[in-house]
Design a protein around this ligand. Structure first.
Ligand code: ATP
Ligand code: MG
Length: 393
């Protein structure tokens, strides 16, 4: 077993010695068997949160209401969750109330997919009540129990299904897929933030193209912001050559495919509850992509984009199969006299010291200097800029 599990042994042991059951559960077992990187370890136990807190000196109340306590032990942290079922589903969303139960089987039953419903004890024995191991081997995403019932309980699971398809390069089991097709409209009950997080994971996973195909085919796409009625435009996505690995590339590609105009980008990104920072970056990428596609961007436009955005735009152009000379663009960027305002030889203070009065005019002059330096008309030196200032007075 990899060290990430073995270092957690003392935690399991302590719970067991206090008379409780404790297992590794969920994604970490799946990823262990698939030989994928394991990022976090979840533990399920029969102990109540208060009992977990009593047993370990350092804990954080992560989600006490849902039975989750984070235990800090030996420099590592573990989410320890009391065996529970989720009862009283309302509005097709995650339940507000959970019921603690005394056995592992009940806890595994409430999990979404068979491959996520595996547990492992301290001896390294896998507990597999729903043939999750078989589905791992068959590369299948299959709901635990009746998929219709499970998606009624929590509609987000439908997005999780296509997300795991993409990340793991798995197929969707046929009945599970049928249930998604039947119930896709329930997705509209789920908060946009949660849909977005799954959508981004789907869009940036290793097989996002096939997952996206199912996302369209099952009509899940009809129940997310701004995608309804747009399946013709989005159908290009699964035909793309590469797969966006960056979230900014994903959003840029979607915006380009949907032909969203510049003045509608902010609204689109807001509909998806994206941050302002993400929106700004994506807008810059889409703008530069348009410039690159039509003609060559000017030096000033390259400067305004910045290196990050330029490289990201090149990535987007490659994914979209847009023929561009990326080497020439990078060379031109590298040859820019300045890459940011802080590299300009003068600043506002310098202009004031040279007799320009503070005010809007000063900003204008500074901007002119910037543009002339970038275009090569004016050297980026204090002396040359001082001469220029005397000329314009
Ligand atoms: P990741 O590698 O993305 O973290 P994960 O499988 O750990 O994948 P999480 O969202 O961290 O996914 O959830 C941990 C576990 O909790 C899952 O493996 C699954 O057993 C269960 N789970 C999470 N969300 C749901 C849900 N909406 N419905 C049912 N079970 C869920
Ligand atoms: Mg996880």
């Amino acid at each position: 077993l990899p060290p990430i599990f073995t270092v957690a042994f003392p935690v399991l042991k302590q719970l067991e010695q206090a008379g409780y059951e404790a297992y590794f559960v969920g994604g970490s077992i799946r990823d262990l068997i698939l030989n994928r990187p394991i990022h976090d370890i979840d533990i399920a136990t029969s102990a109540y949160p208060e009992e977990v807190k009593r047993l370990f000196p350092k804990t954080i109340d992560t989600g006490i209401k849902h039975g989750t306590v984070t235990v800090l032990n030996d420099g590592a942290s573990y989410e320890i969750t009391t065996f529970r079922t989720e009862s009283g589903y309302q509005d097709f969303r995650r339940p507000d109330h959970v019921t603690f139960v005394q056995n592992l089987a009940e806890d595994l039953k409430r999990r979404d997919f068979t491959i996520n419903a595996l547990a492992m004890n301290r001896a390294g024995e896998v507990i597999d009540l729903f043939n999750g191991l078989g589905d791992l081997q068959k590369h299948l995403i299959k709901a635990v129990g009746d998929p219709m019932k499970r998606f009624h309980e929590d509609a987000l699971r439908m997005m999780r299904a296509v997300r795991f398809m993409s990340q793991l390069n798995f197929d969707l089991e046929s009945q599970t897929k049928e249930a998604v097709s039947d119930l896709h409209q329930l997705l509209s009950k789920i908060s946009v933030e949660r849909i977005r997080d799954e959508f981004v994971k789907m869009g940036t996973g290793i097989n996002s193209r096939d997952a996206f195909k199912i996302f369209l085919q099952t009509k899940l796409s009809e129940s997310v912001p701004d995608f309804a009625g747009k399946s013709d435009l989005l159908a290009i996505y699964p035909k793309l050559k590469f797969n966006p690995s960056m979230e900014t590339s994903l959003w840029s590609i979607i915006i380009i495919l949907l032909k969203i105009s510049d003045d509608q980008i902010a609204r689109f990104m807001r509909d998806w509850k994206n941050s302002n920072a993400m929106t700004e970056k994506v807008r810059k990428i889409v703008t530069l992509f348009d410039l690159i596609s039509e003609k060559s961007p000017s030096d000033l436009e390259l400067f305004n984009a910045g290196k990050d955005v330029l490289l990201n735009t090149i990535d987007v152009a490659h994914i979209l199969g847009q023929p561009i000379n990326s080497e020439a663009l990078v060379d031109r960027y590298t040859a820019l006299p300045i890459k940011s305002m802080s590299e300009l030889a003068v600043d506002g203070q310098f202009l004031i010291a040279n007799g320009i009065k503070p005010g809007p005019k000063l900003g204008q002059i500074l901007n002119e200097i910037k543009q002339k330096v970038i275009s090569g008309e004016l050297a980026n030196s204090k002396d040359d800029i001082q001469d220029y200032l005397q000329q314009i007075e």
